[in-house]
Each structure stands twice: as structure tokens, then as C-alpha cells.
Design a protein around this ligand. Structure first.
Ligand code: ZN
Length: 309
């Protein structure tokens, strides 16, 4: 049975759900509140995906209406959000870099995670805010000093769509050698709308696309990645402990504003990203005024939007 996982409800008060599609574009939503506290590290560490399938088959899960509910990040609170840079050769070229021989690794604070349709703040003085559609990898079990790429593949629980929003002046000229300042901004890691288990996705052949105000920007495929997800997980495990529920953003393909081919994000712009099989996100951007509360003001996205896609 193909299943997708989501978290629905107001920011900070989402409930875990599983979606079952009927093949005709309609989805049924079942609450997981009786099965798990949330879709988090503990869920993955305690075989939550298999327990969900079993509970669905035995008819134990209550069906709910998703009508009018905000869609949150499908993963509650990773302990780490890890970014991989320059993992597509054409994007490395448009960034003025040569393709790396080992993965370029950076970290994003876990508090950058946002819902896929939440209104997105542009930092008060930022001029170069940029989109990055990416395949997000979700870790299923603790990974440390893994011995092989094959072993690493077994530590991947599944995948999410991600937008690795990046401020280029903070990332590059203002970096003093580290990208972190351009990658840590509030709500700069929208995830979702769904988490899809690994067995349902051919992660090596997924189209990745971006539109700004309806005009195409990025249009590539994960088959063009330099380091594939299992290689990345194996590599990272030599340097850090990956915990269940951690998210790895595997890099973006060409077609970002940094290339000089497109303007950077302006207030009022609508950015949509889509990863094949993992759903589509939509963010409307506004200028942050320094008040973080404004970030949650635009919770105007509904589960119906996600189901329609
Ligand atoms: Zn990125």
C-alpha cells in the first residue's frame, strides 16, 4: 500500500496523519495521534512506518477531514538539517565553482524548518534572497561510521521536497569562508507537503522544478546529482552522528537567481517548487520587519491544496 505522511494544523500544534490515495487523485486522511506523538525521530526509530501500515490494514486508524487545515512540515523537529552544496555540475558552473570532488557540507539550524505553504519572510535588509529546489533525505535509524554505501542506503527512511532558501550576500561575500549566515534565516527550510517512504520513490530519477510567479526557473532531474543520497549518508556518517528524523538537503540544480539569469526574490513574489512524487510547495514572500511573529501570520495554506497536487 502506498502511503504518504503529513502533519496538519496550526504551527506548533500539528497532528500526524497518513494519506492513502485511491489512484484517481483523491486522498483519504487518517489520524496517527493514537499511534505516535508526532512524525519525529522517535517515530522512525520505533518502526513507525511499518506500524502505520499495519494499523491501516487492520482498520484501526480514524479517518479525518483535512479540510481547512494548514499543512506543516511533514517532519516535526530534526536534530540536524544538513545541506550539501554544489551537488549538480551545471549549478556549480553557474555559481562560478568547479564541481566538488568530495561533498560540500554545511548545517542549517533546525528552527529554519517551515511548512510548505507558509508565507515566507525576506530578511529586512536582504537584496539577494534565492530559491533552491532540492530532494530532502530523511534518516530512519542512527548512522555513525557506516562501513559502506550499501549500508547507508538502509538508513534512509524516505524523502521530502525542500526549498533551501539562501541569501547570497550573506552566504558568499559576507561569509568569511562559511556559508552558514546565508543558510540560517528564519523559515528558510520549507519541507513537504509530504514525507514519502524510501521504497515508494526512485530517488535517482526524480524531476525537480521551480517557478517564480508562474514562470519556469529550475527544471532538472536527480539523475544529474554528483553524490547520490546513499553516498552522501555514508560520507556524512564519517563526520557526524545522523539521528532518526534528521534531514539532509541534497543540493540544488541549475536555474537559481545567483546565476545572473533571473532577478532575486522580491516581496509579493510567489515561488513554487516541485519534486516528482513528493509534491509541490508554494510560498508567497513578504518583507520581514524584524518581528518574528510575522512569520506565522501567513498560515493560509490548506490541505486541499496539497491533495489537489
Ligand atoms: Zn541548497
Amino acid at each position: 500500500m502506498n502511503v504518504k505522511f503529513a502533519r496538519l494544523g496550526a504551527a506548533g500544534n500539528e497532528q500526524p496523519v497518513v494519506l492513502v490515495e485511491d489512484g484517481n487523485g483523491a486522498a483519504k486522511y487518517f489520524s496517527l495521534s493514537g499511534l505516535t506523538q508526532d512524525i519525529n525521530g522517535e517515530f522512525f526509530a520505533t518502526d513507525g512506518i511499518a506500524r502505520t501500515r499495519k494499523a491501516l490494514e487492520s482498520g484501526e486508524l480514524p479517518e479525518i477531514s483535512a479540510e481547512g487545515l494548514r499543512v506543516g512540515s511533514p517532519i516535526a523537529r530534526p536534530s540536524s538539517v544538513i545541506g550539501i552544496g554544489l551537488n549538480y555540475a551545471a549549478h556549480a558552473a553557474e555559481s562560478g565553482a568547479t564541481p566538488p570532488e568530495v561533498p560540500v557540507v554545511f548545517l542549517k539550524p533546525a528552527n529554519t524548518v517551515a511548512g510548505p505553504f507558509d508565507a515566507a519572510p525576506i530578511p529586512p535588509s536582504a537584496e539577494k534572497y534565492d530559491w533552491e529546489v532540492e530532494l530532502g533525505v530523511v534518516i530512519g535509524k542512527e548512522a555513525s561510521y557506516l562501513s559502506s554505501v550499501e549500508e547507508a542506503a538502509g538508513h534512509i527512511a524516505g524523502y521530502v521536497a525542500a526549498n533551501d532558501l539562501s541569501e547570497r550576500d550573506y552566504q558568499i561575500p559576507g561569509s568569511a569562508g562559511q556559508w552558514v549566515k546565508g543558510k540560517s534565516l528564519p523559515a528558510s527550510s520549507p519541507l513537504g507537503p509530504w514525507f514519502v517512504p524510501a521504497g515508494q520513490v526512485d530517488a535517482g530519477n526524480l524531476s525537480l522544478r521551480t517557478w517564480v510567479n508562474g514562470e519556469p526557473r529550475q527544471d532538472s532531474n536527480t539523475s544529474d546529482m554528483i553524490f547520490d543520497p546513499a553516498t552522501v549518508v555514508h560520507h556524512l556518517s564519517q563526520y557526524m552522528v545522523l539521528e532518526p528524523g534528521d534531514v539532509i538537503l541534497t543540493g540544488t540544480p541549475e536555474g537559481v537567481a545567483l546565476s545572473g539569469r533571473f532577478p532575486f526574490i522580491q516581496p509579493g513574489d510567489v515561488v513554487e517548487i516541485e519534486v516528482e512524487g513528493l509534491g509541490r510547495q508554494r510560498q508567497e514572500f513578504f518583507r520581514a520587519d524584524g518581528n518574528l511573529a510575522a512569520v506565522s501570520a501567513g498560515d493560509a495554506a490548506f490541505a486541499g491544496d496539497a491533495a489537489a497536487r
